[in-house]
Design a protein around this ligand. Structure first.
Ligand SMILES: *[C@@H]1O[C@H](CO)[C@@H](O)[C@H](O)[C@H]1NC(C)=O
Ligand SMILES: *[C@@H]1O[C@H](CO)[C@@H](O)[C@H](O)[C@H]1NC(C)=O
Ligand SMILES: *[C@@H]1O[C@H](CO)[C@@H](O)[C@H](O)[C@H]1NC(C)=O
Ligand SMILES: *[C@@H]1O[C@H](CO)[C@@H](O)[C@H](O)[C@H]1NC(C)=O
Length: 374
């Protein structure tokens, strides 16, 4: 028998000794106080909580996904786990869970999509969250009695492990980074602006990585390897009051990692961010020089709440040395939202582009918010 030490131990022990550690306990109900919100980066704390304490209108979350590598029969399973410290009055899309009684501010949503495209969600309505930041990484324990959801990050952001433990869903998602972390306008350095748009923060700890999913869901194994990703968003005001529409996505194209953001505020001001890396080297990390537009059916731009989900998106990134890096993101499975009249859709899909005359393909997770009413 082979003994493999648990991942959390192998990556925490060597570095925990010297690194700066802070722990916060977040309660399951909003605090009637002003929140302190971080909008400028420091030398450490890349993935640390950015809003403290959380009140009724502020929000903070840690997001993780993994998508299956292309298979011979064109299957594409995926998993998305989001650890919220937010309520529906901060992040509007939690209203559906709140209506079902899942009102905890420390809420975890695990969405699995089987290879056949069937999608389902599991909720951890945690009684509190304990979040520990070590150097640039963070770990969170969200417990609801015997049910537990957690994430454990390496202090240098090189790897994350998400653990789930309940009767319905258990196991892990591990992600080993192949792409350096970044903020909306550039690399992970001190004194960088953290707003992707006014009142909305973004820190992308793992733009792309190798994911290993080992889950048991309702007694069935959901196991695959593929592309993984981790970021966090936060805000100091109610989400929907600051967003008209947003297109975000990430994926792999050959051995390139891409991340895109093309956003319109409620006042129709455009904010963007583009990221491209290869072999753990950043090629593009900028908050300009990118456009993302829908194509095919339902290609209304800007998308309205009445607009159905589009067929896909065309992405064009301006390269620093000149030229355009262009690719398409074709949607495959709707993995969250997408109902008629709903302001949000998330997909897994396929990226296709041309790099120096060579066709490159790969897989992606992408989303749109379509909050505009007219
Ligand atoms: C929450 O904190 C933010 C940031 O300090 C503040 O603007 C807002 O008014 C607070 N909201 C509530 C409901 O107290
Ligand atoms: C979820 O947690 C909140 C906050 O602790 C609690 O008020 C609510 O009753 C819980 N809901 C369920 C379904 O357990
Ligand atoms: C897809 O696969 C899952 C897991 O095996 C199963 O529960 C579900 O019923 C399947 N869906 C369809 C539409 O066949
Ligand atoms: C376009 O929107 C309609 C109405 O919401 C929907 O039925 C259709 O499937 C959408 N098209 C695509 C490509 O998803």
């Amino acid at each position: 028998m082979k003994f493999t030490p648990p991942l959390a131990l192998t990556f925490l022990i060597p570095t925990i000794l010297a690194a700066k550690t802070t722990t916060v306990v977040v309660s399951s109900t909003p605090v009637p106080e002003l929140s302190d919100v971080i909008w400028t980066s420091e030398n450490t704390g890349f993935d640390a909580p950015k809003v403290s304490p959380i009140n009724a209108t502020t929000w903070d979350w840690w997001y993780f996904d993994a998508t299956q590598s292309p298979t011979e029969n064109d299957e594409q399973a995926s998993v998305v786990v989001t650890f919220y410290t937010a309520t529906a009055s901060g992040f509007d899309l939690l209203a559906g869970y709140a209506a079902e009684g899942f009102t905890s501010l420390t809420l975890v949503e695990a969405r699995v999509t089987w290879a056949n495209g069937s999608s389902e969600a599991y909720i951890f309505n945690a009684t509190e969250a304990v979040i520990t930041a070590v150097d640039n990484g963070a770990s969170g324990d969200f417990d609801e009695g015997a049910d537990k959801a957690s994430f454990t990050g390496a202090p240098d952001l090189s790897a994350y492990r998400v653990g789930l433990q309940s009767l319905l869903i258990s196991g892990s998602v591990t992600i080993h980074s192949v792409a350096p972390a970044h903020y909306p306008c550039g690399p992970a350095e001190a004194s960088k602006a953290l707003e992707i748009a006014p009142h909305i923060g973004w820190a992308n700890a793992i733009p792309g990585g190798n994911a290993d999913v080992q889950l048991t869901v309702r007694g069935h194994p959901l196991e695959f390897t593929g592309v993984g990703y981790h970021d966090k968003n936060w805000g100091d005001q109610n989400f929907a009051s600051n967003v008209g529409s947003w297109y975000w996505g990430h994926g792999r194209l050959g051995d390139y990692t891409v991340v895109w953001f093309d956003f319109l505020s409620a006042q129709r001001e455009n904010y963007v961010s583009a990221y491209l890396s290869r072999d753990n080297e950043v090629i593009v990390s900028q908050c300009s020089g990118i456009s993302v537009r829908p194509y095919g059916e339902n290609d209304t731009y800007p998308p309205l709440i009445s607009t159905g989900p589009p067929t896909g998106f065309d992405v064009k990134i301006s390269l620093p040395e000149g030229g355009i890096f262009a690719f398409s993101a074709a949607t495959k499975h709707i993995i969250a939202g997408g109902e008629e009249g709903f302001p949000y859709t998330r997909w897994s899909g396929t990226l296709r582009g041309d790099i120096e005359g060579e066709e490159v393909i790969g897989q992606a997770v992408l989303e749109q918010f379509n909050i505009f009413t007219e």
